[in-house]
Design a protein around this ligand. Structure first.
Ligand code: ZN
Length: 453
């Protein structure tokens, strides 16, 4: 299965991911699309991130796609959401981004989408593409390649849908694919932008392009106070997720950002359906209900969210912990820049920390992710679910989740790693301590301890 993962293809270059692989992938993807959308001249939007190996991988990928008869729209070196935008607005049959998101600079990979920027998970189709990788090339009329600068249209589209205050914002693009575009778009929106690490550099010389890790946020936190900015954003390597910092240089918890956005969406679209996932704080559900919205809980994972958004006609979904925010009025996909504009629109001229001050907060654990083996992770969670069933009402949508009067907990197998993912919350310190002990006891029976690594 290597380098195929649950949601994308990723691995070290050139060992697992190289030009031969990219060309075969192009052909296999074209073949797969041909089966999905038969008797049609196929088109695919392609773009790449700033990694040093991206240009040659993209060239090989495009060669594979065109050999198999696909027309390619190449949008250049861009963040992932720009490729999604190209795909939905140019109505292509598929999209591929050459990126390894926040992985180290010597890794690379691919994100694959069908129509409407619908990401293809391993389960939903990548396994079929994998099995087509070694098929011989059938002789067809080769496809064409068109280079398109879609960034101006991408920015204009986003700005036409949002009204934002004139604030000072520090943008840490981690030298990733948003380096040029985020400052440009936010300046066009009327903001005073202080760029930090906004020079594209595929070696990621300043810090890893993962804003969910505290050590990657420290320079941004310091810069926000140093430049007396109103807020700061830390973007990931391919620009589909982010983390927010308030004017005091403090990270604003993603559950609060989701609640803030949910509240604003509900003001604009009363009664809307807002999704949250099984890891979300009770704060999110309470906020949605308080403001007249309806909600449904979703499994963890990009493709499940995008599927459910369309299925139930949801207006918004935020993924706690990961920093992905999906909006129906932005084609249902996740885009860090659009999420920034929506947060700015939500706060107006109120400082971010004040705008979230009245959102109820409970004592919430971090997401613990102890390591087990791939074989063990599901068995352990199933055993725990069996045991809990004797005493509690259990929800097994994704792992096992138990809702109590004064809190909740979830124990689930990680989708992508040999780990168990655990989160819990209590309405009071006392409830938190009790639930913590309960979870610890359940895990101890399987020789698993809570640990953050
Ligand atoms: Zn990403």
């Amino acid at each position: 299965m290597k380098p195929f993962h649950a949601y994308d293809i990723r691995g070290p270059y050139p060992d697992d991911v190289n030009e031969t692989f990219a060309e075969n992938l192009g052909r296999a993807f074209a073949r797969w699309l041909g089966n999905k959308y038969p008797n049609k001249k196929l088109s695919v939007a392609v773009g790449s991130d700033v990694r040093l190996s991206s240009p040659s991988l993209k060239k090989a990928l495009v060669a594979g796609l065109t050999q198999a008869g696909c027309d390619v729209i190449d949008v250049g070196v861009v963040p992932t959401p720009v490729v999604y935008f190209a795909s939905v607005t140019k109505k292509t049959d598929g999209a591929i981004v050459v990126t390894a998101s926040h992985n180290p600079g010597n890794d690379n990979g691919f994100k694959l989408c069908a129509r409407d920027a619908q990401c293809i998970s391993y389960e939903a189709g990548m396994h079929e593409i994998e099995s087509l990788m070694d098929e011989p090339l059938v002789s067809v009329e080769p496809g064409t390649v068109t280079n398109v600068d879609i960034v101006p249209a991408y920015i204009a589209d986003m700005l036409s849908k949002t009204t934002v205050p004139k604030l000072r914002i520090v943008v840490d693009a981690a030298n990733g694919a948003m380096s040029d575009i985020a400052p440009r778009a936010l300046e066009q929106a009327g903001l005073d932008v202080v760029p930090l690490y906004c020079v594209p550099d595929g070696t990621f010389p300043n810090h890893e392009a993962d804003p969910l890790k505290l050590e990657n946020m420290r320079d941004l936190m310091a810069a926000v106070t140093e430049y007396q900015a109103d807020l700061g954003i830390g973007l990931d390597g391919d620009g589909d997720r982010l983390n927010f910092v308030d004017k005091h240089g403090k990270i604003v918890d993603s559950d609060l950002i989701i609640s803030l956005l949910a509240r604003t969406v509900l003001k604009q679209q009363p009664g809307a359906m807002i999704l949250s996932n099984v890891l979300a704080s009770q704060t999110v559900t309470d906020t949605i209900k308080q403001h007249g919205g309806t909600t449904k809980t979703c499994r963890v994972g990009h493709t499940y969210i995008m599927d459910l958004m369309r299925e139930v006609g949801a207006a918004f979904c935020g993924e706690p912990g990961s920093g992905h925010y999906f909006f129906a009025d932005n084609y249902n996909y996740d885009d860090a820049l659009y999420a920034t504009l929506k947060v700015l629109e939500a706060i107006g001229t109120t400082p971010l920390h004040e705008a979230v001050a009245d959102i109820p907060r409970y004592k919430t654990s971090p997401e613990y992710r102890p390591t087990v083996s791939h074989e063990q992770k599901t068995r352990i969670v199933n055993d725990i679910a069996e045991e809990l069933r004797k005493t509690y009402d259990v929800n097994t949508l994704d792992g096992v989740r138990v809702q109590l009067d004064d809190g909740w907990f979830i124990i689930r197998p990680s989708n992508t790693q040999p780990r168990i993912s655990i989160r819990f919350e209590g309405k009071t310190d006392e409830a938190y301590a009790r639930i913590h002990d309960l979870v610890e006891t359940l895990l101890a029976k399987h020789n698993v301890t809570l640990e953050c690594t």
